[in-house]
Design a protein around this ligand. Sequence first.
Ligand code: HEM
Length: 185
Amino acid sequence: MTELIRNPRVMKKAQDHIRSKIGHKEQIEECDLLELDYLRDVVKEIFRLHPAAPVLLPHLSMEDVKIGEYNIPAKTRFFVNVWAIGRNPKSWDNPEEFCPERFMNSLIDFKGQDLELLPFGVGRRSCPAITFGAATVELALANLLYHFNWELPPGVRPEEFDLTEVFGITMHRKEHLVVVAKPYN
Ligand code: HEM
């Protein structure tokens, strides 16, 4: 929501997209998500810049392995910094920019095949709830954007946001985001 408030162009495009595809409905349901391709790109972009688990969970190498120029002995505990991978300029154009359109003509997804986008990890120990987790985020965001317009309280400017994030097993903003919800009919 912070990124959408900071990027009103994307907020409006996502809302127009959802509202035109869904028409009049009490609530957006899981079966509607298939149609919401721009929303999916927005969620991918959120996962790229703000992975919930920035260094995944700790892993242990089972045998000696060489990755690039690094020799990693067996039984080494290591962390995979997917936060940095998602912002690597070798993989992403203008990596710091919030731009869901980067996924429009791209096959990159977060299911584990594309190593530049790993919000759920990859391989045997990746998140077993990837489908449930992604659908939950998409469904919640779709309904919030469909039913409400969102504004900042008077006098608050997005340029003044403190975007500091708290690192840990899961990552979140240090400051709360305060927004005003205006029901949309
Ligand atoms: C958007 C929501 C979610 C995200 C982004 C997410 C992300 C992750 C990540 C990054 C890992 C570590 C993968 C690795 O180290 O390679 C993980 C592991 C795990 N997640 Fe999720 N997760 C989400 C939702 C959920 C939910 C809803 C559940 C349970 C209902 C769940 C259950 C688990 C479990 C049990 C593991 C450990 C798997 C293992 O060690 O083999 N996750 N998740």
